[in-house]
Design a protein around this ligand. Structure first.
Ligand code: GLN
Length: 542
């Protein structure tokens, strides 16, 4: 029977609730328990797929093609699990399904209310997530902060779960923040007390309080929180900001949280085994060669928009014993090919994106990488810009383009598939989720993966236009990954270049700190080579 851990947040947002959930998952998994995770998001959007990256950060794509909150990325990276559509529930989904049932007449004319109809639907979805993989423990994160109007039905639903499932099968973790007052040099507990009071008003008494803080938390402060919030002393757990998020599972384990949860649930588990993780964190924190990668994107003002890309780069750098520095370069700022910042990097990565803003800057970055033989890695839109740039060079025309940016282009090298052209809706019209990709022998892609067939996650509408295959191949572009039926181009690379490769999918979603993605490892490996071999890429500044 599945046990449930519900995690709420208090005081302010961005205190690391998602990382805490992922870390709890890791410490329980390291005891050989099976874990699944779910995120309940109180906003009314059906999914974050159509939300602006500025509003929502990255959209994380699950293997079954759900467009979800970026916290699911933390869960997968930390716990090494694959989540599904059922792992992200929004108010939008809950209300639409309740209203759909009402329209169908499923409630037999009854008055539809938040309690019990909406809360029942929320509980049904929580249990559904547990049924899918039948884990020992399902950890459920409630998005937002306690006190938000939107979050109330979710809190009410998780409150009911304790009675429904039994006291020994449900526990509540509240993550709060302790502000530091510089003038008096002290951490304050009052906001935490108020937030717990608010939780209690709803009927939830937390079993554990995780206190995020930028300073050490004294025993005195812990005792005070224990007294005023009515939790056991050892259940007040400091979460002091650390240099890497991957240290958080170790902080929680060392504070005893793992054992406390096991005892509280009366679970039989094996001894914890976090040694490999500990070693990985040690390596991350030990200074090494610094590698600079230029990330040229449309949304670099908001780093969260590229969360998984950033993490995947960091995992690969770790595998090569390097410390990664990312130079964030807004593609709109690239006015000329000889951009000074591009000269300073050992590799250029172009991540995904939508719409025409900043595309010409990305094409210039691709040109710079091709001409100067700088390692280049394109992800989805990064493949499109690589193909556009190469085509402009091959056809001698600045008008080669994707029909996403220029519907009238004479060289539509990136285009919608004919069957996609009839669709005019924005939500849910993309190629989403995992598709197979067959690799061509003796290519950089095949060498990186060391396999014949791989499975990667997609999120895009536009594809490589097959009408241009022959001409681009003749000019030195290698189609190193294709769909098994040969119809779709999945990976391209250049013949006369040390490492210029792009993929139509998003490999960043499948990278883990302890299991980095092969393409990222190959890209960083080539970048490290340029660092060691000298100034191949560090060109003299004019
Ligand atoms: N805008 C492009 C498309 O829709 C690329 C999408 C992406 O980079 N995820 O195909």
């Amino acid at each position: 029977m599945t046990k449930y851990i519900f995690v709420t947040g208090g005081v302010v947002s961005s205190v690391g609730k998602g990382i805490s959930v992922a870390s709890i998952g890791r410490i329980l998994k390291s005891r050989n328990l099976t874990i699944s995770v779910q995120k309940l998001d109180p906003y009314l959007n059906v999914d974050p797929g159509t939300m602006s990256p500025y509003q929502h950060g990255e959209v994380f794509v699950t293997q079954d093609g759900a467009e979800t909150d970026l916290d699911l990325g933390h869960y997968e990276r930390f716990i090494n699990i694959e989540l599904t559509k059922a792992s992200n529930v929004t108010s939008g989904q809950v209300y639409s399904s309740v209203i759909r049932q009402e329209r169908k007449g499923d409630f037999l004319g009854g008055t539809i209310q938040v309690v019990p109809h909406v809360t029942n639907e929320i509980k049904r979805r929580i249990r559904n997530a547990a049924t899918i993989s039948n884990p020992d423990v399902l950890i459920v994160e409630v998005g937002g902060t306690v006190g938000d109007i939107e979050g109330e039905p979710f809190l009410e639903a998780i409150r009911q779960m304790r009675n429904d499932e039994g006291h020994d099968n449900v526990l509540y973790v509240h993550v709060t923040f302790l502000p530091y007052i510089a003038a008096t040099e002290e951490l304050k507990t009052k906001p935490t007390q108020h937030s717990v009071k608010e939780l209690r008003r709803i009927g939830i008494q937390p079993d554990f309080i995780l206190c995020r803080s930028d300073r050490e938390v004294s025993q005195e402060i812990k005792d005070k929180i224990s007294l005023f919030c009515d939790v056991a002393k050892d259940a007040v757990i400091p979460l002091v900001t650390s240099s890497t998020i991957y240290e958080v599972p170790l902080l929680l384990e060392d504070s005893g949280l793992g054992d406390l949860i096991i005892n509280r649930f009366h679970l039989l588990s094996q001894k914890t085994n976090l040694e490999a993780w500990r070693k990985m964190v040690y390596n991350l924190q030990t200074p090494k060669d610094k590698l600079t990668i230029g990330l040229v994107g449309k949304y670099v003002g908001l780093r969260d928009a590229y969360y998984s890309v950033r993490e995947a780069l960091c995992h690969a750098a770790l595998a090569h014993n390097c410390i990664l520095h990312i130079e964030w370069i807004s593609s709109e700022d690239i006015q000329e090919e000889q951009d000074e910042r591009l000269r300073q990097v050992q590799g250029i990565i172009l991540p995904g994106g939508f719409g025409s803003r900043g595309i010409e800057g990305m094409v210039k970055a691709a040109k710079f990488a091709r001409e100067n033989k700088i390692p280049y890695f394109g992800l989805c839109l990064g493949l499109h810009t690589m193909v556009i740039e190469f085509s402009r060079y091959v056809f001698g025309s600045q008008n080669a383009n994707s029909t996403e940016f220029d519907p009238e282009t004479p060289y539509p090298v990136i285009d919608l598939l004919p069957e996609q052209k009839a669709v005019d809706q924005k939500g849910g019209t993309m190629r989403l989720g995992t598709y197979p990709c067959k690799l061509m022998q003796a290519t950089k892609a095949a060498e990186a993966y060391g396999k014949d067939m791989v499975y990667e996650r997609h999120r895009h509408r536009f594809e490589f236009n097959n009408n241009f295959r022959q001409q681009l191949q003749n000019a030195g572009m290698v189609l190193s990954g294709l769909s098994p039926d040969d119809k779709l181009v999945e990976i391209v690379e250049l013949q006369n270049h040390p490492w210029m490769l792009s993929c139509q999918f998003h490999p960043e979603f499948k990278s883990h700190p302890n299991d980095p993605h092969p393409l990222f490892v190959a890209f960083i490996g080539q970048a490290k080579k340029t660092l060691i071999e000298g100034s191949q890429t560090i060109l003299p500044i004019k």
